[in-house]
Design a protein around this ligand. Structure first.
Ligand code: AGP
Length: 376
């Protein structure tokens, strides 16, 4: 509440601060009311109508899709594939009558997503009666929403900043709602777990708020990176897509060369890049060995792996900026690994914002890009 009364100089910061509210709204709409008669899930395909999911998206929406894939597979246990819409055009995935195709687009107008939908529909027109397209957008009137068999809006409200922030976390909420709804329908989520899920998701807005309260120290870290040309971001499991998203935010708003990697994979060659001029941001949401196993499926080794990788990087003489964990530069409230993306992404959004400001970049309108790539 306090946060929303602040004056914001830029849309990006305002939209970052709107997230406790937008996440809370999404949880109320797509998770808290989730039951057999939940209106939000009326007229959506039931879990027994499809055997696999394919998800197509671009940019930040693609990163939300990768987190979505994780929960659809690990929680609902539905085989799920994700591909960039532009790469789908180059190499379409075979669709079957048991495929549910989910397209994700904040604007609902991205040209590559529209073209990929057309291509998938052409493929399926040869007798795949069961094939359906489900659009997740932030605008139910958009072309993508209108052309799909099913559509839901993430309901984040208008996003003005070119860099997507609140719509990303709103997309996540919807994916979690779908994974929980379909997981329940498939008997993958027993009643006690379901109760835990609901209460943990209801706690997200206040946890996000706790992260936002560290804004001053995050801004100080951003200023310390003012002359840094390269940044590595590492995450594992469900936080690997968050490393990718953090890198995209840094590239688009600060023009820093930033790359996200899966932490273990980084050791297989790319670590040769590191020297004392290249800091590493490590996403370590749960302190090692203290992970709460109650929602985990399967149990996560992530904390342990992150600790090993960050120790190795420090030995190689590179600075590690840990987000969460026992050596955190930016602390996170304790939370379950599966829900941690909602918290780990916030400091990365703030870091990108403050570094852009430190470099006098027009943060809401970065060079070379537009809010939606609806033509070339
Ligand atoms: C997000 O910060 C970017 N501006 C960009 O990657 C964007 O997510 C991408 O172009 C997809 O847009 P859409 O979600 O509107 O389809």
């Amino acid at each position: 509440q306090m946060a929303l009364q602040r004056e914001f100089q830029h849309f990006m910061l305002k939209e970052i601060y709107e997230q406790p509210e937008s996440i809370g709204r999404g949880v109320a709409q797509y998770v808290a009311s989730l039951g057999s008669s939940a209106p939000s899930f009326h007229a959506l395909p039931e879990a027994n109508c499809f055997e696999e999911i394919q998800i197509l998206a671009c940019g930040t929406s693609l990163h939300a899709a990768l987190v979505g894939q994780f929960v659809l597979e690990q929680v609902a246990q539905i085989p799920t594939r994700v591909r960039s819409a532009s790469e789908f055009l180059a190499a379409p995935l075979p669709v079957t009558r048991q495929t549910l195709l989910i397209v994700v687009s904040q604007s609902g107008e991205t040209a590559d997503v529209l073209a990929a939908m057309r291509l998938a529909n052409q493929q399926s027109s040869s007798g795949l009666a069961g094939f359906k397209v489900f659009a997740i957008t932030n605008n139910s009137h958009s072309a993508i929403a209108q052309q799909a068999d099913y559509e839901r809006s993430v309901g984040a409200g208008v996003e003005n900043s070119v860099a997507a922030t609140k719509t990303f976390t709103a997309q996540l909420v919807l994916f979690y709602g779908l994974a929980l709804a379909w997981g329940r329908q498939r008997d993958r989520i027993p009643d006690e777990q379901w109760v835990t899920w609901q209460s943990r998701m209801a706690a997200l807005p206040s946890q996000v708020d706790q992260v936002l309260q560290q804004d001053d120290s995050i801004a100080a870290i951003a200023r310390s990176l003012k002359h840094t040309n390269h940044i590595i971001l590492l995450g594992t499991g469900i936080n690997y897509p968050i490393a990718l998203e953090g890198a995209l935010k840094l590239k688009e708003t600060t023009y820093t060369h930033a790359e996200g990697y899966a932490a273990g994979e980084f050791l297989h060659g790319s670590i040769a890049l590191l020297d004392h001029t290249i800091p590493t941001i490590a996403l370590c949401p749960t302190p090692p060995f203290r992970s709460d196993p109650s929602l985990e499926n399967p149990p996560s080794e992530g904390g342990d792996q992150m600790l090993k990788v960050t120790q190795r990087i420090r030995r190689n003489g590179s600075d590690v900026i840990a987000i969460g964990g026992s050596e955190a530069a930016i602390a996170l409230p304790l939370c379950d690994q599966l829900l941690s993306p909602f918290l780990t992404v916030i400091p990365l959004q703030l870091l990108a914002y403050h570094l852009a400001i430190a470099r006098n970049i027009e943060v809401d309108r970065p060079r070379n890009i537009t809010k939606s790539l609806n033509s070339f």
